[in-house]
Design a protein around this ligand. Sequence first.
Ligand code: CA
Length: 450
Amino acid sequence: MSGTPRLDDTHDVALRSWVESAHADAHPDASAVGTDFPIQNLPFGVFRHEFEERPHLGIAIGDQVLDCLEATRAGCFHALDPAVRDALQSWSLNGLMALGRTDARAVRGVASRMLRVGTPESDAAQKLRDRILVPMARVSMLVPAEIGDYTDFYASMFHARRVGALFRPDNPLLPNYKWIPIGYHGRASSIVASGSPVRRPSGQTQKGADAPPTFGPCANLDYEVELAIWVCGDNAIGEPIPIARAEEHLFGLGLLNDWSARDMQSWEYQPLGPFLAKNFVSTVSPWVVTLDALEPFRLPAFVREAGDPQPLAYLDAAADRARGGFGVTLEVSLLTAKMRDGGMPPHRLSQSEASSLYWTPAQLLTHHASNGCNLRPGDLLGSGTVSGPTDNSRGCLLEITRRGADPMTLPGGETRTFLLDGDEVIMRGWCERPGAARIGFGECRGTVRG
Ligand code: CA
């Protein structure tokens, strides 16, 4: 992990793109904060054209997608290694993730020069505009990588403490929490892209402490707002990844909704942890914001409370303490069927900060590999629900309604304890600070169906 910021010409706040929609001031709505995808962002994703089955790699720019397959065929990436050009013409991001961050940075550099005004590369690219750019509105976004393995962590102490207090008021945080990043192995097969429907799961639940369980539809369906952490490179079985090298394996970040069936979870979770309450579907945002794009938004790791243990040596590095955090703001909104029918806007449920996570992404990755477990390109790590200390930074309904004890009232007068059929959960994320161009993550949406 390098302790020095790697800011370069791709981060320059003064850059202008010839793609008009890539500028905040291109939006007529004065209240809009602008596009999530200015030229300083350039996230990677995988999309499908309207009338073609074959997925293409893409790079988001304003309301357009740079088609990496067509751009490579047209020679736009001729300066890159053949292995990189092959990866750009493949069906998923795994190839680029296998090559690693240095090659992804090279692609970013070329794409930036192609899409900004005033470079020889952009003069050539503009002539190819109709071939290499496609409107986002005309493509379907897919899960960006073939995910071999998915692991979900529990890295927000504020979430862990609030949830723990519901079950153990006297002892909300278990004694291991501040020593070891808690996680469990999730399931990759049911990870879907934003916009995919979410079927309400059925399972075993117990209605009362001594009642026999019954099987039926989940009654306490919840969401969890999390960071999606995409892995690149790999390590051999038996070869841990030292924390000093952890960020070489962090390709980028996205959004993750870890849909959770709370009633099923509370019956099944002991003694081995979450199982069917968590693996029926998980939704990811389609755009992967690279660590290079996030460079201007790095923050110190979470500052632990006085008296907390310091991380053990294998999880501790000066560079990680100095800038292992990410200044990403996460927002969750709810749009019910009634609100949608009445033309009402989504209602914001929470806003929280990834920088408040107790463990950094580098610590999560290093811990995961510390026993010699091999991580592979395209693996997905969930941060765990990102919650903060305040009431408006609670990242799931379990926290907001205190396990259903405190129903919330929505602007149209409806109340909710957990999600009902027709409810759409909309997650957004963004980074902003003075002196840097604001970048966003796009959306992670899902509507509950019966
Ligand atoms: Ca979770």
